[in-house]
Design a protein around this ligand. Structure first.
Ligand code: G6P
Length: 472
């Protein structure tokens, strides 16, 4: 039976070396959590990096065996590849450029060469696995060259590509020395998916200005092939979050937190450590809230979870220091014996514990500077069984296109953000319920299963159309 081969840099399971043993745990980030629910369906396979540098062939074999039992096939990266491909080109060139932080981007030829080499490595791994009838679904910015590499080896293959981060304006893309190769790499796919129409428009504009290919109704004519482009806003596994929030563990944890916090109300913030997430700006806005509205002191705390990420990249390490310092300063300045303004956790939490925080919080702050989609916003919505609670959402997260019933703010406007927190804390219950139920209906319907079905349906359709044209 034909399968779908999912390919992404990060596998949904990551392996950590702790002292003398290996531990397997779920990966962080929207891609892994979002797709994690669908890859096990219908004998699908997921090809990717398990986040570990393997020491020898025996260890590689052991890891491979373990992962294969759960339908995953590992691609191992050497230490040099982790440095130059992962920390280098992927996360010091593409990530900052695509998130409008061009001032953080580096342009190193050696990083580019490693990027090409690792995309080729992924290509070999996929070719070894994929039969002619299988569909290959490539994900995200670490593998932009892979669609064209696969196409070269298998001209007839069915290849989809989805970008999980924003596709920026042409003005940012044109700065990249390797802009042409990157776009050509993506155009190897039959169907290219983006979270929003805005990202799709930016892509079409870059393709037209840099490669001279025009498009009509989301169809690009490259001369030799037609490539379809469309927007598919990604969803979450809604029921999984509903169940996690209703679980005994989540209820117990919530009760423990509630007891410790007494009557203090909770504003919640959960992110991977990343400058694109606007964490420092959010802390400043919380400080402004308690300055402008002293009545909230001792009444409201911010619970802030920052999940460690990419800490070998310089910008991430310095952001971590900035956050540590800000939290320390704000807490030292405003705390009282019975009240801590900010409860800061720098670690990852299992799903049920996250669910307990979603239950506990009256307000969620999802205020990135830029974010492809942001699934935390949708997870918070799904977790609110009683439909109480307010989502404050950045206008520059992809999710803002759908979740218009959130309080939508400009994350650089600290004053507006502080006011939104105040408004959220005083919002009447009927208004909370009206907004939350509208968002729940949407997040429930456009869940991750609907998303992948829509994408795969479009991909199959585009392939069928190509065959019809070829045989006419
Ligand atoms: C974002 C990216 C993913 C990435 C995730 C975690 O969601 O779109 O491709 O996997 O962050 O980042 P990491 O560098 O740990 O894979």
């Amino acid at each position: 039976m034909p399968r779908t081969i999912i390919v992404s840099n990060r596998l949904p399971t990551k392996i950590l070396r702790t002292e003398d043993r290996l531990t397997f745990q779920p990966s962080e980030g929207g891609l892994a959590t979002g797709l994690g629910s669908i890859y096990r369906q219908e004998g699908n396979v997921w090809v990717g990096w398990p986040g570990l540098f393997v020491e020898d062939a025996a260890e590689a074999e052991y890891v491979g065996e373990q992962l294969r039992q759960d339908s995953m096939v590992p691609v191992f990266l050497t230490e040099a590849e982790i440095r130059d491909f992962y920390e280098g080109f992927s996360n010091s060139t593409l990530w900052p450029t695509f998130h409008y932080f061009a001032q953080y981007a580096t342009y190193e030829q050696a990083h580019w060469e490693a990027y090409v080499a690792v995309n080729e490595k992924f290509c070999r791994a996929v070719l070894e696995l994929a039969g002619p009838e299988d569909t290959i679904w490539v994900h995200d910015y670490q593998l932009l060259l892979l669609p064209a590499l696969l196409r070269q080896a298998r001209p007839e293959a069915t290849i989809g590509f989805f970008l999980h981060i924003p596709f920026p304006s042409y003005e940012l893309i044109r700065v990249l020395p390797w802009r042409q190769q990157l776009l050509e790499g993506m155009l190897g796919a039959d169907l290219l998916g983006f979270h929003t129409f805005g990202y799709m428009r930016h892509f079409l504009s870059a393709v037209s200005q840099l490669l001279g290919f025009s498009s009509q109704n989301g169809q690009i004519e490259t001369g030799s092939r037609t490539v379809l482009v469309d927007a598919f806003p990604m969803g979450i596994d809604y029921e999984r979050y509903v169940q996690a929030a209703a679980s005994e563990t989540a209820i117990q944890h919530e009760a423990t937190y509630r007891e410790a916090l007494r009557a203090v109300r909770v504003i919640l913030s959960i992110d991977r450590l990343d400058y694109s997430k606007g964490i420092a700006q959010r802390l400043r806005a919380f400080e402004l809230l308690i300055q402008r509205y002293p009545e909230w002191r001792e009444q409201v705390s911010l619970i802030m979870v920052v999940v460690p990420s990419r800490d070998q990249v310089a910008q991430y390490a310095s952001l971590k220091e900035e956050i540590d310092e800000l939290v320390g300063r704000i807490n030292a300045q405003y705390r009282t014996i019975g009240w801590t303004p900010i409860h800061y956790f720098y670690r990852s939490f299992p799903l049920e514990e996250l669910a307990s925080l979603y239950r506990l919080a009256e307000v969620a702050l999802v205020t990135p500077m830029r974010d492809g989609m942001n699934l935390v916003a949708k997870e918070f919505v799904a977790s609110k069984a009683d439909q109480r609670g307010v989502l404050i959402l950045s206008e520059r997260a992809g999710a803002a296109r759908e979740l218009s019933d959130a309080l939508i703010i400009n994350p650089t406007d600290t004053g507006q953000l502080a006011e939104a927190m105040h408004d959220a804390l005083v919002m009447p219950e009927e208004e909370q319920v009206a907004r939350m139920s509208a968002m729940q209906a949407l997040v429930r319907q456009y869940n991750v299963f609907a998303w992948s079905k829509l994408f795969m349906g479009r991909l199959a359709y585009s392939k069928m159309k190509q065959h019809t044209l070829a045989t006419e």
